[in-house]
Design a protein around this ligand. Structure first.
Ligand code: C2E
Ligand code: MG
Ligand code: MG
Ligand code: MG
Length: 288
């Protein structure tokens, strides 16, 4: 609705903004229904340990099967969930389901779950995590929490305390999309974490871009110095994989191995790996 005819250039843009706001409102309404009906569910993408070729864990990536629009990407609805506060309920639901699914996977395979910075602000995150672990009967060391650098920007003592409490419980902390945030390295000293995930934008350029190579090398050496695991995200080619392995990267994740898949498929893959002899494990991980 046009506010004022005297601000002609503003009203020119308003119909478009209205349409966008309406689309968002529609997503919000549908998201509430999806949450209530528990139709959101995690898919899982394997994390492959490069020294052994073994799948050491899987990342839970939430999916929204929409009645008219097919599968909606989290990139589209997580921001809406964050704006509306729905992220807390969605996050708790994904966490519970991910812990339950992982509790039925063989061996010591871990599950990694993404948490929004907003989930750290509500104050009951520890209870949510402990509830999920207890509900699923999953040992805490099999859960990994993925956070992004934006969380650390706040330099909040409550956030630091929560991260310490999670770790004291045995939960591992991963720094997701590393290198894309406001990279002040000083937070690496005050925040406890166990893993750095190199953002896929660096990996994508790896094979023909010296700058990307220099950055990835620096992140690997930083991670090694800090004694944390280094994982490369978005690995799509053999060339990227061999470059990363030669540089000492510990773990990789990407379409080269597998995209995120429904739990039934992932569980089948993990059971297969469990029964395979060691030198067939890498082949089992590579199924795309
Ligand atoms: P992320 O945590 O960095 O997850 C990695 C994203 O990269 C996933 O996208 C994954 O499907 C995609 N990916 C993996 N391998 C490749 C590859 O080889 N090439 C390319 N081009 N892409 C690859 P997805 O599933 O669309 O998720 C996007 C983002 O949404 C995630 O980025 C994460 O930040 C967020 N997200 C997903 N699930 C959740 C959730 O349960 N809670 C929260 N708070 N955020 C979530
Ligand atoms: Mg992630
Ligand atoms: Mg990432
Ligand atoms: Mg991301």
């Amino acid at each position: 609705r046009a506010k004022n005819d005297s601000r002609g250039s503003f009203s020119f843009f308003e119909p478009g903004m209205d349409a966008r706001a309406q689309a968002r409102r529609k997503i919000e309404t549908e998201l509430r229904t999806a949450l209530r009906n528990e139709v959101l569910r995690p898919y899982y993408q394997p994390l492959v340990e490069l020294s052994s070729g073994r799948i050491s864990g899987c990342e839970a990536l939430v999916r929204w099967p929409h009645p008219d629009r097919g599968m909606i990407s989290p990139a589209e609805f997580i921001p809406v969930a964050e704006d509306t506060g729905l992220i807390n309920a969605i996050g708790a639901q994904v966490l519970r389901q991910a812990c339950l699914d992982a509790s039925r996977w063989p061996g010591d395979i871990r599950v990694a779950v993404n948490l929004s910075p907003l989930q750290f602000r509500v104050g009951n995150l520890m209870a949510t995590v402990m509830d999920a672990l207890k509900y699923a009967g999953l040992p805490p060391h099999r859960l990994e929490i993925e956070i992004t650098e934006t969380l650390l920007l706040e330099k909040s003592s409550q956030v630091i305390a929560t991260l310490h409490a999670l770790r004291a419980l045995g939960v591992r902390i991963s720094m997701d999309d590393f290198g894309t945030g406001y990279s002040s390295l000083s937070y690496l000293r005050s925040f406890p974490f166990d893993k750095i995930k190199i953002d896929q934008s660096f990996v994508r350029d790896l094979c023909n871009n010296r700058e990307a190579q220099a950055i990835v090398r620096a992140i690997i050496s930083l991670g090694m110095g800090l004694g944390v695991t280094i994982t490369a995200e978005g690995v799509e080619t053999e060339a990227e994989l061999s470059w990363l392995r030669a540089e000492g990267c510990h773990e990789a994740q990407g379409f080269l191995f597998s995209a995120a898949r429904p739990n039934e498929e992932i569980k089948g893959l993990l059971d297969l790996q469990q029964s395979a002899v060691p030198d067939q494990q890498f082949a089992a991980a590579r199924v795309a």
